[in-house]
Ligand binder design. Sequence first.
Ligand code: SF4
Ligand code: FES
Length: 257
Amino acid sequence: MNLTLHVWRQKNAPAPGRMVRYEARDINSDMSFLEMLDVVNEDLIEQGDEPIAFDHDCREGICGMCGFMINGVAHGPERATTVCQLHMRHFHDGDELYLEPWRARAFPVIRDLAVNRTAFDRIIAAGGFITAHTGSPQDANAILIPKEDAEKAMDAAACIGCGACVAMCPNGSAALFTGAKIAHLGSLPQGQPERYRRAVDMAAQAVREGFGGCTNIGECEAVCPKEIKLEVIARMNRDFLRAQWIGVEASGVSAEA
Ligand code: SF4
Ligand code: FES
């Protein structure tokens, strides 16, 4: 199949960007979207042009490195699918596709379709940990966890930190990501000692990073490749309000990049 691509090209964060038109020729429908871009890049390199920069690593939908907008939708048209797992058979010969980077104040463009998501790392550093003694592992049954709690934790832990939720949110909110991390650890007995401080510190760090507030629009849930539910935001808000009720204040610790 042949496609027309309009790709956002930008040398670095301060440089102005623009859409550039490319023709993707003889694309096999079994290719992934990133493999299609690999083909376009090989042509660009052959012609002596700069290849299109985009993030990727596992190409198996598990690492969270890939992601950009395809025709205005984060990760493209397939539900619960990262761009590395999106295949060209979902497109048609002659399609015209517009590729843009995640657009959010907290995710500055590195180059073309690649953005800097280290703000997520700093949210994790602010509270995404538990107090655990190192040493030999304890017996697996030493801490019993109700099945329902274990499943809630596993569902939240599925977040791969791709940032699609932020990109799709008109507020540029990181509430789904932050809520997933807080709900994951807060659902388990091992996560209880820091539970309320975690909610306050991670939410405070998200604000410091420049992410917007959540106004329950739900675009984040709609595009999340791991189908993280809005419920995690409710759980984050509940822990945050409880923290205020019992007088836990933000520690003010901010891990620098
Ligand atoms: S909540 Fe979903 S969309 Fe947001 S970072 Fe995690 S996996 Fe990506
Ligand atoms: S490259 Fe790892 S999730 Fe897409």
